[in-house]
Design a protein around this ligand. Structure first.
Ligand SMILES: Nc1ncnc2c1ncn2[C@@H]1O[C@H](COP(=O)(O)OP(=O)(O)OP(=O)(O)O)[C@@H](O)[C@H]1O
Length: 291
């Protein structure tokens, strides 16, 4: 399947500061992609560029082979649920469905009604009287019933309790299986991403630090402990040292045969945190800020 998102040297600058910088990324189709990174890393900026709400300062971005928001056909192919799952407070649930039908050429009215019924959302309830979780579900329903090829969700579960979060993600997985859509989903909750996603992008300090299939990422990162300053195999992610021992997180393919290393497995969360820790030097960041 073709790339759902392709970025080349993509950057977005506000004033002197890049919110996203030097982003070169190719996300293959048919995946549920998790986008993770600390606050202010540039996740929403990347997603807003992907849906055409922002214009790049430098570089290019293509979504499903076209420029974001470049035509009605392109708009119809991409569903977007922004952060805080915005709905119209004074419109009822039913009004939202009608609006969805009017605005989207491929609107699946049956799917929308069935989902809303199953969720038990009264059609005459105004959005402002729904709970945060119910609003998130309404926004997801609008996104799915549009029948997009790609659904982009910016922190959709942030306001949900653990049970509602799990139900929301299960619903999303069902929609993915039934309608063959690709999804890009940002979240701070690595455990949710681990359960839901099969592809991961880690953004830190406005840059993509890691991107790839989830299984490959988990299968190729290890923690190595051994004598201090012994050269480590593979690509270094982080290093810690005591007087006598060094501990490295490295990316390495293949078995570690050297018996001087103790090899520890890493969870996805360990790996993501290691990449978040590996930040540019403060001096370099200051330089970047005034460039
Ligand atoms: N409209 C704007 N004007 C100026 N700076 C902005 C604007 N929008 C975002 N930024 C800055 O760009 C950087 C990236 O912001 P962005 O919202 O993309 O991060 P994020 O990874 O989505 O963060 P969070 O996890 O907190 O939602 C931040 O430093 C932010 O302050």
């Amino acid at each position: 399947m073709n790339a759902v998102l392709r970025a080349e040297g993509l950057g977005k600058r506000y004033g002197r500061r890049f919110a996203l910088e030097d982003c070169t990324l190719e996300v293959p189709g048919g995946h549920v992609v998790g986008l993770v990174g600390p606050n202010g890393a540039g996740k929403s900026t990347l997603l807003n560029l992907a849906v055409g709400m922002l214009e790049p300062t430098v570089g290019t971005i293509e979504v499903l082979g076209g420029a974001p928001a470049s035509s009605p056909a392109q708009l119809a192919k991409v569903g977007y649920v922004a952060q805080d799952t915005p709905t119209y407070p004074h419109l009822s649930v039913g009004d939202h469905l009608e609006l969805g039908a009017r605005l989207n050429p491929a609107w699946d009215a049956d799917l929308a009604r069935r989902r809303i019924e199953r969720l038990g959302l009264p059609l005459d309830q105004r959005a402002r009287k729904l709970s945060g979780g119910q609003r998130a579900q309404l926004a997801l329903t609008l996104g799915i019933a549009k029948r997009p090829e790609l659904l982009i969700l910016d922190e959709p579960v942030a306001s949900l309790d653990p049970l509602a979060r799990r139900e929301f993600l299960q619903d999303l997985m069902e929609a993915v299986a039934e309608h063959e859509l690709s999804v890009i989903l940002s979240s701070h909750l690595v455990s949710d991403l681990e359960r839901t996603c099969d592809y991961l992008v880690v953004l830190v300090d406005s840059r993509v630090r890691l991107a790839g299939e989830m299984d490959d990422i988990v299968g190729t990162h290890v923690r190595l402990s051994g004598p201090r300053d012994a050269g480590h195999p593979g690509e270094l992610v982080t290093a810690r040292h005591t007087d006598v021992q060094s501990t490295y997180v490295v990316r390495y393919r293949g078995p570690i045969a050297d018996p001087s290393w103790t090899v520890g497995q890493l969870s996805l969360e360990d790996i993501v945190l290691a990449y978040m820790e590996r930040r540019p030097e403060p001096a370099r960041r200051a330089l970047e800020a005034v460039r």
